[in-house]
Design a protein around this ligand. Structure first.
Ligand code: MG
Length: 448
């Protein structure tokens, strides 16, 4: 396979990255089989579709993002990797773009065998015959569910002829998501790139913030910078939340106006070869923090720094969360929003109406990436190569009990992406300032 036809090269990953992943999965599969579908486009309105986003497991295993495709891996087989793809149809391709076809699946994506999708019902029983277990996530695609069900039924019917259906179906998460959780050197490079693009976009958004502008104009600046610098688009709906909109965690309506004296929360991510960044910054609309805003900002910033300082191999996401929480709760007491002994406030979760989410989520091909956070009922130890966000916040909703007027409507979240290294953390998102004066100085520097 030449380099330019290796999907790893297309994704900016080292040559053979996807083949190496499949080799690890095949080793873990043993006598089992794995079936994963690429998914199909989702309707936006009537006959218009959303931009196709391939299933993350399918992409992680193949580097291929073609609608409808199906992968079968068979542990222990001489030709373990089979792909089913849409057949070449020049007339259809004139409307919807080129398809790789079965030949392209072999030549460009390293499949041992590839068939037109229509042959799935015919070939699947053969491919699953004799596997101990089938790793398969049902309920994602009715068509694929039906193909698997029929294949298993056919094998069961032919047991007298020596066929054998897999004895159990298990969710592929257990095997695949454990492997996806710890990133390879190539994946870390892809995540650094996504983080860098995200930082450029968020910085461009901050530069567009000014009283009188609309949230959507800031969103446009963020997303234009993503595309300008090579991202494939936003990883998730960009959040630009002025004033009290920031107290809604996933606000992405972005149709409000930015008022003088308000804070603006931007939470955005660039998608780059399907790896994602995720950054939040909160900035003063007119480039100057009011004293109450600054007081809350500094607490959230200290919480973020304490959480990042807690990242190292052997620590846990729970410990990272606890580090942020201790600072936030102490800060809420200092501001007069909570009162009582720290231990008790933590134990009773008295802070919950001001900080209602966790500090971290895994980051990778999915923005909220896969992999268990607990093992054996306890938070699992971090290991080098795990990548996650650190994103404490304080949300002092207007009308919330015990919130004095100067704090009412403030929503502040600060979020960076970190990778666990051999002895600590690498912050991937240094490209956009976070210190209050530095980030305030960037506000409004772009355009009329
Ligand atoms: Mg975020």
């Amino acid at each position: 396979m030449s380099d330019e036809r290796d999907p790893s090269a297309q994704a900016g990953l080292p040559p053979g990255e996807f083949a190496a992943r499949r080799a690890r999965v095949l080793a873990a599969l043993g006598p089992d089989a794995l079936v994963v579908g690429a998914g199909t486009p989702v309707t936006y309105a009537r006959d218009v579709e959303h931009r196709f986003r391939v299933d993350s497991d399918f992409y992680w295993l193949t580097g291929l993002a073609e609608p409808g495709a199906v992968l079968v891996l068979r542990g222990g087989a001489e030709q373990p990797f089979t792909l089913f793809v849409r057949p070449r149809e020049p007339e259809r391709e004139a409307w919807t773009g080129p398809r790789i076809g079965p030949e392209g699946a072999v030549a460009g994506y390293g499949a041992d065998r590839a068939y037109p999708l229509g042959e799935l019902p015919l070939q699947l029983p053969e491919l699953l015959d004799g596997a101990e277990r089938l790793h398969f996530a049902p309920w994602k695609s009715a068509a694929l569910d039906q193909a698997v069900q029929r294949a298993l039924g056919e094998l069961a019917l032919k047991e007298a002829q020596g066929r054998r259906a897999p004895g159990a179906i298990v969710l592929p998460a257990e095997l695949l998501h454990e492997l996806r959780l710890v990133k390879s050197a190539g994946e870390l490079a892809a995540l650094r790139r996504a983080a860098e693009l995200t930082a450029q976009g968020v910085a461009a958004g901050i530069a567009r913030v000014a009283p009188g502008r609309r949230e959507a104009q800031v969103q446009a600046a963020v997303e234009a910078a993503f595309l300008e610098h090579g991202a494939s688009g936003p990883a998730f709906p960009t959040i630009v939340a002025a004033g009290a909109h920031a107290c809604c965690l996933h606000y992405s309506d972005n149709r409000g106006a930015i008022g003088a004296g308000e804070l603006v929360l931007i939470d955005a991510g660039a998608e780059c070869a399907l790896y994602n960044g995720d950054i939040s910054r909160t900035v003063p609309a007119d480039g100057r923090f009011a004293p109450a805003q600054r007081a809350v900002y500094e607490i959230v910033l200290e919480a973020e720094q304490a959480a990042i300082a807690a990242v190292r191999p052997g620590a846990t996401l729970q410990a990272v969360h606890d580090a942020a929480l201790a600072v936030l709760v102490r800060g809420l007491v200092e501001l007069g929003l909570l009162s009582g002994p720290l231990e008790l406030l933590l134990e009773t979760r008295a802070y919950r109406s001001f900080f209602m989410h966790r500090t971290s989520h895994w980051l990778g091909v999915d923005v909220h990436d896969v992999g268990r956070t607990h093992a054996g009922g306890a938070p699992r130890p971090l290991v080098p190569g795990m990548v996650f966000t650190v994103e404490p916040g304080l949300y002092l909703a207007p009308g919330a009990e015990g919130v004095p007027p100067e704090f009412a409507g403030l929503g502040i979240r600060l979020e960076d992406d970190v990778a666990v290294t051999a002895d600590g953390a690498e912050v991937l998102t240094r490209g956009v300032p976070i210190a209050p004066d530095a980030v305030a100085a960037l506000v409004g520097t772009e355009g009329p």
